[in-house]
Ligand binder design. Sequence first.
Ligand code: GAR
Length: 200
Amino acid sequence: MTTNKTRIAIFCSGSGSNFQAIFHALKTRQLNAKIVLCLSNRSQCGAMEFAHQNGIDTAHLMEKQFSSFDAFSEAMVKCLKEKQIEMIVLAGYMRKVPDAVVTAFTDRIINIHPALLPKFGGKGMYGIYVHTAVLAAGETESGATVHLVNEEYDKGRILMQRRVPVLSDDTPESLAARVLACEHTLYPDALEKLLAEQQS
Ligand code: GAR
């Protein structure tokens, strides 16, 4: 069945390695989707740099540019509508997505979290803090989770998970690197599955 390519906005705050993994997977797997916008709360970061290098439009939006959180939320929705975005992919976006955006894109926002949700999720659980908590809890395995985004941190329906071992000599950094490598295959796989479901 032939359909138009799903228009994706990717939200990032950091190095953007998941963004890059998805960008390459869309091409090599010939998925019926394209990244048309990189939105970030940081004007300069690896993700924004990658977007510039690859001719992808960028938007730098942060709360303090606006007089209120509502104004910020409205600007984000407007930006996404103007670009005719159909799906939002959070890839290391270290901010909570405004409720107005979640409402406007119900069941069309996905996130990757660097642990096996529902464990080690919620407010304050992001980046290296997650891996520090996993080690402090004495877990023998960790992993990554791709899930739908709703108004609550890390609580949307789980789409796919993949596990990695926790080694006895792990540091938060060594565990983070192992989980991140796992994310780079998990996220494209989950996105491919979701697109297939939506486009069938
Ligand atoms: C990834 O490990 C991602 O799971 C995590 O940030 C990293 C971003 O790396 N996201 C969160 O912690 C969100 N709660 P990247 O910029 O190289 O893709």
